[in-house]
Design a protein around this ligand. Structure first.
Ligand code: NAD
Length: 337
């Protein structure tokens, strides 16, 4: 890229607090003169028959064409006859890995000061395959699907990530002592990929032990890779270690190099429209998007402005114990740029 040529990126402001925190990202990007041209897409009020969801085909095409995007939280309307919005994005764009950097924010005190880990979650199969049925009355069955192809793909991503980000260790999280076939295959694939990366230390940790180790001493971990459901749980546990969902960014990686960054929290209907939301998670997700685009100078500048604002402590939103509104906090970040 020429760093000054505008790059088109898709933006889904999303629902609830989504538009408020998306506005914050747009403002900070404007102030930092980030060469991004947003292509905004909204969740439709009608089901698009081509996607069977409230997400339109055009929105998906926009991400496919731009290759990068930022997504606010989406509340899936309750009802029948449509697919979950997040599931539609994951399936249609083949977003196979969910990457969550999780590190202690300097100046924001939590139980630990030394968290610096990355969770990488397989995003397409496992218990999330959506294959559940009733066998007979009173007995239901859910299928956990693990394939060699998806396991190799996410393991490869995890090791490549470790290598290219100066990380030293990859831990595969599993329960293969009980789920011998499914988690067993997942581990076998991780071992195969580990052999190609002798410079990265590889270890296997049983999920229950992993939870205990994480809450006792999160510094024991570096990069963690795991099947879908374990990733769902462990990544939230890790968010809790550094101060909660309002601070945690994530990025979904898809086939063909697509990167769709998103905050991990939901649409927070309890505070929506009140100018109270903390935009940090979406802003830090936007920073991961900039790093994906190799706009590292801009990413560093925005990242440091966020960290400095929080650590200064003068402007913080209510979830971090402060009294600032979303707009006041955003303005403070702009002033720190
Ligand atoms: P939630 O994350 O929206 O809210 C949980 C609590 O955290 C609430 O008290 C909320 O006020 C607070 N919170 C969340 N984000 C915050 C922020 N940025 N700043 C300050 N406080 C924040 O979870 P929920 O209530 O279980 O879900 C609400 C809706 O969001 C549901 O419709 C759910 O389906 C959807 N959801 C979407 C995603 C996504 O799009 N990735 C993820 C989770 C939930």
């Amino acid at each position: 890229f020429c760093s000054q040529a505008p790059i088109r990126a898709t933006l889904f402001p999303g629902d609830g607090i989504g538009p408020e925190i998306a506005e914050s990202v747009k403002e900070v990007f404007r102030e930092a003169e980030v060469p991004i041209e947003w292509e905004e897409h909204y969740v439709s009020k009608e089901i698009d028959p081509r996607t069977q969801s409230f997400l339109t085909w055009e929105s998906l095409e926009s991400v496919r064409q731009n290759g990068v995007g930022l997504k606010g939280p989406m509340a899936t309307p309750i009802g029948k006859g449509h697919r979950s919005l997040n599931l539609t994005l994951r399936k249609e764009l083949n977003l196979y890995a969910n990457v969550r950097p999780c590190y202690s924010l300097p100046g924001y005190k939590t139980r630990y000061d030394n968290v610096d880990l990355i969770t990488i979650r397989e995003n397409t199969e496992g218990e999330y395959s959506g294959l559940e049925h009733q066998v007979v009355r009173g007995v239901v069955e859910s299928l956990k699907i693990i394939t060699r192809q998806a396991s190799l793909r996410v393991a490869e991503y995890a090791f490549h990530y470790a290598k290219t980000h100066g990380r030293e260790r990859v831990s595969a999280i599993h329960k293969a002592n009980i789920m011998q076939k499914t988690d067993g295959l997942f581990l076998k694939c991780c071992r195969e990929v580990a052999e190609k990366y002798p410079e990265i230390t590889y270890e296997e940790v049983v999920i229950d032990n992993c939870c205990m180790m994480l809450v006792k001493n999160p510094a024991l971990f570096d990069v963690l890779v795991m099947p879908n459901l374990y990733g769902d749980i462990i990544s939230d546990l890790c968010a809790g270690l550094i101060g909660g969902l309002g601070l945690t960014p994530s990025c979904n990686i898809g086939e063909g190099g697509i990167a769709l960054a998103e905050a991990v929290h939901g649409s927070a209907p309890d505070i929506a429209g009140k100018n109270l939301a903390n935009p940090t998670a979406l802003l830090l997700s936007a920073v991961t998007m900039l790093r994906h685009l190799k706009l590292n100078d801009k990413a560093d500048r925005i990242h440091d402005a966020i960290i400095n604002t929080i650590s200064e402590g003068k402007y913080r939103t209510a979830d971090l114990g402060g009294t600032s509104t979303t707009t006041e906090f955003t303005k403070a970040i702009c002033d720190h740029l």
